[in-house]
Design a binder for this molecule. Structure first.
Ligand code: SAH
Length: 347
C-alpha cells in the first residue's frame, strides 16, 4: 500500500484517471491532504467528504495516509520554542517549532537517525534507522502548523521551513526534492521556495545535482572548519569530500544566484581562533555567501562552546575581510531542541 500523503498531484491524477474519474477529483484529494484550508490537520480518507463514497472506499483499499502522533512535547521557558518527539508511521522523528517576531519556523527531520557521524551532533549517536518519505516530511510541517495556529488567534502562519533536524537531506535526495514540490504546490501549502532552507554536511555530487535543478531555496553548508585536517577530525564526510572539492561544488551552486550560507559551529579550542577565522576568510573570498556562526551546543563529544569574546573576535575578522557574517541566536537549548541536539529516537 502506498502513502497518499507521499504522492504528487500528477501521481494522484494518474491514479484517479485510471479509475475513470474526472481529473478535478485528484485536486480535491490533494487539497484535503496539503491545502492550507485544513488547518494543518492531516485528514483520513474517510473524512474527505466531498468525494463520492465509492471513490473513498477505493482509495482506502489502495492507500494509507501517514499518521503522526506526538509522543512528547517540550516547551522552552520563554515559550518560543517547542520540540515535538513524534512517531511517524513506524519511525521516531523530532521537529522543532520556533516563534520569531517575523513569523514561525519549523525545523524538520529528513531521516530517522543519521549516517554522517559528526562528532558534535546528537543525531549521530544512535546510528541510522531509515529515510523519511516526503509525505513524512510534510506530516511534520502540518503538525507544527496546526500547533502554531492553535497557539495564537492572530493567524500568524508558518513562514519558514528548515531541513535541519535529524538526518542528511541530500542523503535522501529524491524525497527531499519531492517534498519541495509538495510543500510549494499552489494547490497545497503554496509556500515559496525562498522560505525553505536545506542544510547539508557537504555531499558533493548531490550539491551539483541540486544546483542543476535551479531551485530558489537557500542552501546551507555545514563547514565548521577552515582546513581538511580539523574538518575531518569532527566530520567524517570531510575524508570523502575534501574542502577544495566541496567549495568547487558550492561555487557551481552560484549558478542558481542564491547566496549560500556556511554554517560554522564555534568549538572552544578546536576551530575558534583568529587564525582559523583568517583561514576561513581566505577560503571564502569572492564567493556569493554568508557565514552563520553558532557557539556549539551541548550534544556529544564533550565539546565546549567558544566564549562570547571569541565569537565576537571571529566575526570581526570575517567582517574586516568583507565576508557577511551573523551570529545565530540559539533557541531551545533548555529543552535540547537547539542545533545538533535532535536525536530522533525515543529516549
Ligand atoms: N545533516 C545536515 C542537517 C542537520 S544538522 C547538516 O549537517 O547540515 C543542522 C545543523 O546543526 C548543521 O549545521 C550541523 O552541523 C549543526 N550542528 C550539529 N550539532 C551541533 C551542535 N552541537 N551545535 C551547533 N550546531 C550543531
Amino acid at each position: 500500500m502506498r502513502d497518499l500523503l507521499d504522492c504528487t498531484l500528477p501521481e494522484i491524477t494518474e491514479y484517479i484517471q485510471a479509475l475513470g474519474q474526472p481529473k478535478y477529483r485528484a485536486e480535491q484529494v490533494f487539497f484535503h491532504l496539503h491545502g492550507n484550508g485544513n488547518g494543518g490537520v492531516i485528514p483520513k480518507i474517510s473524512e474527505m467528504q466531498n468525494l463520492p463514497k465509492a471513490l473513498r472506499e477505493q482509495l482506502e483499499k489502495d492507500f494509507f495516509v501517514t499518521e503522526i502522533d506526538i509522543l512528547k512535547e517540550l516547551i522552552s521557558t520563554d515559550g518560543n520554542t517547542r520540540k515535538f518527539l513524534t512517531k511517524i508511521n513506524d519511525a521516531y522523528a523530532e521537529s522543532v517549532l520556533m516563534r520569531y517576531k517575523h513569523g514561525d519556523t519549523v525545523c524538520i527531520s529528513t531521516q530517522a537517525g543519521c549516517k554522517m557521524g559528526c562528532t558534535f551532533c546528537a543525531s549521530a549517536e544512535s546510528g541510522f534507522h531509515r529515510n523519511l518519505t516526503a509525505g513524512e516530511y510534510c506530516a511534520q510541517v502540518y503538525l507544527a502548523k496546526n500547533h502554531a495556529e492553535a497557539l495564537q488567534a492572530s493567524g500568524q502562519s508558518l513562514k519558514n521551513i528548515v531541513l535541519m533536524g535529524c538526518g542528511e537531506p541530500l542523503d535522501n535526495f529524491g524525497e527531499t526534492i519531492k517534498f519541495i514540490e509538495l510543500i510549494t504546490h499552489p494547490k497545497g501549502l503554496n509556500l515559496s521556495q525562498r522560505n525553505i532552507t536545506l542544510s547539508t554536511c557537504g555531499l558533493v555530487p548531490q550539491i551539483y545535482a541540486l544546483a542543476d535543478l535551479n531551485l530558489k531555496i537557500t542552501l546551507a553548508v555545514s563547514l565548521h572548519a577552515p582546513t581538511d585536517e580539523i574538518r575531518a577530525a569532527i566530520m567524517p564526510i570531510a575524508k570523502k569530500y575534501p574542502l577544495d572539492e566541496l567549495l568547487r561544488a558550492c561555487k557551481y551552486y552560484e549558478k542558481t544566484r542564491r547566496r549560500i550560507t556556511f554554517e560554522y559551529a564555534l568549538i572552544k579550542g578546536v576551530n575558534d581562533s583568529v587564525s582559523h577565522a583568517k583561514a576561513l576568510a581566505k577560503l571564502l573570498r569572492g564567493m556569493l555567501c554568508h557565514v552563520n556562526l553558532i557557539p556549539v551546543n551541548k550534544a556529544r563529544g564533550g565539546f565546549s562552546p567558544a566564549a562570547q569574546n571569541e565569537v565576537r573576535g571571529f566575526a570581526a575578522v570575517l567582517e574586516d575581510r568583507n565576508i557577511p557574517v551573523t551570529v545565530r541566536r540559539s533557541l531551545g537549548a533548555d529543552i535540547d531542541a537547539a542545533c545538533g541536539q535532535l536525536r530522533g529516537e525515543c529516549k
